[in-house]
Ligand binder design. Structure first.
Ligand code: M6P
Ligand code: ZN
Length: 190
């Protein structure tokens, strides 16, 4: 019989989004986002440092087994590449039966969700709670001038499929208008 996972505990700071201790912490920099930003097609990326930190992800080290759940937090920095705001890569779950819960603690932005043909864009602000059902891809975007801090819980056996989003996108982009106001625009070539 499989050994039962051991209970875990950590401190989660709702202001910074940091989890301590955290065995699974990663930073995503601009250089990791090749193929995701519109600016890439407009040659606007060449002027930005590939080392630029876009977001951080903290996760508890839960075994990827049926029935287990991963608590995690994402901290997206403020800023934009060309006119497109800093955002996560966005993904479908490899396990098509896995949903995800998002809870925004700090900052402002949008959550994009897509289930193949249908697209939903929800505003995020402190206290907003979001349910991304099984079969829906999700991406968060920071449109504010401070960190966007999001807490999430998802099934430990969900897995991440980045390829479909990288290829097809979300059907919508969140861009900074000339007046500095965020705009939801249709994906130009999808
Ligand atoms: C949330 C969860 C994580 C995800 C992270 C960053 O915390 O959905 O599973 O890894 O956001 O998003 P992405 O993996 O799309 O870059
Ligand atoms: Zn997910």
């Amino acid at each position: 019989m499989d050994k039962l996972p051991h209970p875990l505990a950590a401190f989660f700071d709702p202001l910074t989004g940091a989890m301590t201790p955290c065995d699974r912490y990663r930073q995503v920099r601009l250089g990791d986002m090749r193929g995701y930003y519109l600016a890439e097609r407009q040659d606007a990326l060449a002027t930005v440092e590939p080392d630029l930190l876009l977001y951080e992800v903290y996760e508890l080290d839960v075994p990827a087994k049926d029935g287990e759940m991963i608590p995690c937090s994402t901290v997206i920095k403020p800023g934009h590449i060309g006119d497109e705001y800093f955002m996560t890569k966005g993904h479908y779950h490899r396990n098509g039966g896995a949903a995800e819960i998002y809870y925004c603690l700090r900052g402002e932005g949008f959550l994009l969700m897509r289930n193949g043909y249908e697209v939903v864009v929800e505003p995020m602000k402190p206290g907003s709670l979001h349910y991304s059902p099984a079969g829906w891809a999700h991406r968060s975007v920071n449109t504010g001038d401070a960190d966007l801090v999001i807490f999430a819980i998802y099934p430990a056996n969900a897995g991440h499929d980045y390829g479909t989003i990288k290829e097809k996108g979300f059907g919508r982009r969140i861009v900074r208008g000339t007046d500095g106001i965020p705009m939801i625009v249709d994906e130009p070539d999808v």
